[in-house]
Design a protein around this ligand. Sequence first.
Ligand SMILES: Cc1cc2nc3c(=O)[nH]c(=O)nc-3n(C[C@H](O)[C@H](O)[C@H](O)COP(=O)(O)OP(=O)(O)OC[C@H]3O[C@@H](n4cnc5c(N)ncnc54)[C@H](O)[C@@H]3O)c2cc1C
Length: 440
Amino acid sequence: MEYFLREIEGKQAHDPLFMNNYNKSSSSSSSFSSSSSSTVWVHGPVIVGAGPSGLAAAACLRDKSVPSVILERSNCIASPWQLKTYDRLRLHLPKQFCELPFMGFPSHFPNYPSKQQFVQYLENYAESFGIRPRFNETVQHAEFDGKLGLWRVKSVDKVGKTTEYMCRWLIVATGENAEAVVPDIEGVEEFGAPIKHTSLYKSGEEFRGKRVLVVGCGNSGMEVCLDLCNHNATPSLVVRDTVHVLPREMLGKSTFGLSMWLLKWLPMRLVDRFLLMVSWLLLGDTSHLGLDRPRLGPLELKNLSGKTPVLDVGTLAKIKGGDIKVRPAIKRLKRHTVEFVDGRTENYDAIILATGYKSNVPYWLKEEDMFSKKDGYPRRPFPNGRKGRNGLYAVGFTKKGLLGASMDAKRIAEDIEQCWETGANHRTTLAPSHLPQPNS
Ligand SMILES: Cc1cc2nc3c(=O)[nH]c(=O)nc-3n(C[C@H](O)[C@H](O)[C@H](O)COP(=O)(O)OP(=O)(O)OC[C@H]3O[C@@H](n4cnc5c(N)ncnc54)[C@H](O)[C@@H]3O)c2cc1C
């Protein structure tokens, strides 16, 4: 190990970016050896993902004078927001609950900023903290090298060039929504009309005058239905599971804010009862519309399973008015036809899958302890899921939105700062000037 570091130090003296082809001399595991790949030593943590979580982690580290490098697979920050969301999207929660550490939203932004405003906020955030991610670098493999005591993080760029980053700390910030979930539906190949996931849906404009089946009744599915109505399409909504629909605002306050406030004084079950009672007064009995409520209350369910209640922004009125039809699960598809499990068949011109997203961590992180292979989330529940072994961290996997990500980012930076200060040998062997585009 000591020999290895000395060798790095010697090479570094002649290479400001400190990128090498040293594979032959290192004792690397076979999965990493590639004659064309370059190697980069990172002085500080590598953060995978330049969404809000990755940016928050980099800013908190910078606040502690710890440099970091962010690797991002797309060509921009917050790529899901910029590239994979519909035009009418706004933050679901009021802006004060969506701030990243050290920087609030501008006061002239509305209570629920549009996605363009949120992206603008994130761009300003990155700029303010000097965060410059390395774009178009998809992390395909990351593994701890026990012999070196370092993480080896391998990325590939658009032209297929691979780079291996060596670092002492690895922060996973690839998000809970990294890959679209597309269900297997019998007869998909027979349907013969567009079927697209919400990550590809932009606006109802392209469906004007068409019959569209939206599958999934979370916040996205509900909002896409409303958008389709507003563009004179005729949507139906597949509702397979029970769902809590709550008004976005209650008693002049945001439902989320009110819940947080009540939870300071009351047990969760009581707050749930209150939320359900006010929802019933404002929205009526949703089960009459085909939207049965789960047995557990909205907050308890969120806490136990991570399932988010739908905050209604007008869809329910359209369902009540008959503009949106509620349908049960799909049995199978035929040509331009959907057969439902209750035996009914209907014709549709398109299907939108609002079937959610999943983590992609198991595909690239070769680690068994911290992350579950099954769902790609940390095994240990909040707040203990953010720290693994050998300098591995996770930010943004709490199912608690941007608030949870900010909490993670702060704690992770505090943790790494302690090791940084207590004399890791990075200071003597490697100088910050040799970093590739550090975030500091
Ligand atoms: C429609 C929608 C609305 C939401 N509204 C709110 C809200 O109002 N308030 C709230 O608190 N939360 C909200 N959330 C939840 C959550 O806060 C957001 O999804 C947020 O973007 C999560 O940030 P993140 O950085 O953890 O993940 P992401 O924003 O998903 O960013 C992860 C980044 O990692 C990159 N990446 C993934 N894999 C790799 C790889 N292998 N190599 C390199 N890069 C990779 C991705 O390209 C992406 O840029 C919403 C979510 C959705 C889907």
